[in-house]
Ligand binder design. Structure first.
Ligand code: UD1
Length: 354
């Protein structure tokens, strides 16, 4: 069989790496090709992840780059259609919820190619999030839906997906974490920081960073927290131009986007994480690091039920109170959700080969 695997943006790379690896023993009998859509393209957002995670050079890079949602999605579709017509794959495998995920799923499906979605069924029920639209549309047309937890399967059943298409396999991003955590933990921490004596911050959701007032409120809370504990803040390119001096504080360390190992090590040694990322809610759950999520909802409720995640939204007083509560409570013990055991990608490949 022929498989085309797709990755486009930073969080996709951690999810696709173990799937490619799990295909390795079968590559004599089956053709497996990797397509990078080029949605993310800076070395710090893309190439560095390929090198660290040992992902082979993509067979094809569509080089679509940044643009509006319609333009970016359309460019991926136009370019990916050519690849599908040339390669005639039996399966297209997409991961996550970025524009590249939806664009490639839609293109493949309309050419009659079967689509598998890794990380299916997550729902925030917030249709103002572009990712929620991508998730719902991708899942509506996928032929095989690989889920990370049982709640995701229930969401899909409620939407009318037939049960035989839904496969609960675990979490490929956690496969990658478990594989590399030892090495990441051993890396030296950024100068002047001591284990458990600092917090980490990431911000990139349009709802948090695109509106000046909202971002100013969040940053006001962050400066308040920085009065109590140093904060490391790797800044996403979307956020970089929008801070307007609001990150100026002697205890707030603004740095460039970090590589996978450096970031994972930094999070693993932190006292807490403040974030609006989806994946980091899962990573902190497995690591047992308190996670304060600066959103009103999450598509990953298992991280609140079983893990270390607390949703606090964007209100500065709530953010500060949540951070104070973490600092006054002993760190929790890590609890790993079912099947987040490092073998999700092996299950996926076995099912695809069936
Ligand atoms: C995208 C995903 C989001 C994911 C995030 C992880 C969608 C709709 N959003 O959001 O789900 O959580 O990636 O990072 O697919 N830019 C660069 N260099 C790059 C890439 C982007 O400078 O390599 C800048 C550009 O100015 C671009 C902006 O960042 O316009 C946003 O990039 P884009 O891929 O559109 O969305 P993200 O916010 O990164």
């Amino acid at each position: 069989m022929k498989f085309l695997l797709v990755a486009g943006a930073r969080p996709n790379f951690m999810k696709i790496a173990p799937v490619l690896e799990a295909f390795r023993p079968y590559r004599n009998a089956h053709e497996v090709r990797l397509v990078h859509t080029g949605q993310h393209y800076d070395a710090r957002m893309s190439d560095d992840f390929f090198h660290e995670l040992g992902i082979p050079e993509p067979d094809v890079n569509l080089g679509v780059g940044s643009a509006s949602h319609a333009q970016q999605t359309a460019r991926v579709m136009v370019e990916f259609e050519q690849v599908c017509l040339r390669d005639t794959p039996d399966w297209v495998v997409v991961v996550g919820d970025v524009n590249s995920t939806l664009a490639c799923a839609l293109t493949a499906k309309k050419l009659g190619i079967r689509v598998a979605h890794v990380e299916a069924g997550l729902r925030s029920r917030d249709m103002s999030m572009p990712e929620e639209i991508n998730r719902i549309c991708t899942d509506a047309i996928a032929d095989l839906l690989f889920t990370t937890d049982r709640l995701a399967g229930e969401n899909l059943l409620r939407e009318g997906v037939s049960p035989e298409k839904i496969k609960f396999v675990g979490n490929t991003m956690i496969d990658t974490l478990l594989r590399h955590i030892g090495r990441a933990r051993d890396l030296p921490l950024p100068e002047g920081l001591a284990s458990r004596r600092y917090a980490a911050l990431t911000l990139h959701r349009p709802a948090n960073v695109d509106c000046e007032r909202t971002l100013a409120g969040i940053m006001e809370a962050i400066r308040g927290i920085a009065n109590r504990i140093p904060i490391v803040f790797p800044v996403h390119p979307r956020t970089a131009g929008k801070l307007n001096g609001s990150a100026r504080h002697p205890n707030l360390r603004v740095v460039e986007p970090m590589s996978y190992f450096a970031f994972l090590g930094m999070v693993a040694h932190s006292r807490m994480v403040l974030t609006d990322s989806g994946g980091i809610q899962e990573e902190t759950t497995v690591l047992g690091i308190p996670c304060i999520t600066l959103r009103e909802n999450t598509e990953r409720p298992i991280t609140c039920q079983m893990g270390t995640n607390t949703l606090v939204g964007r209100d500065p007083a709530r953010i500060r109170a949540a951070a104070a509560a973490v600092l006054e409570t002993p760190p929790p013990s890590p609890r790993r959700p079912e099947l987040w055991d490092g073998r999700a990608a092996n299950r996926i490949v076995e099912l695809l080969l069936q």
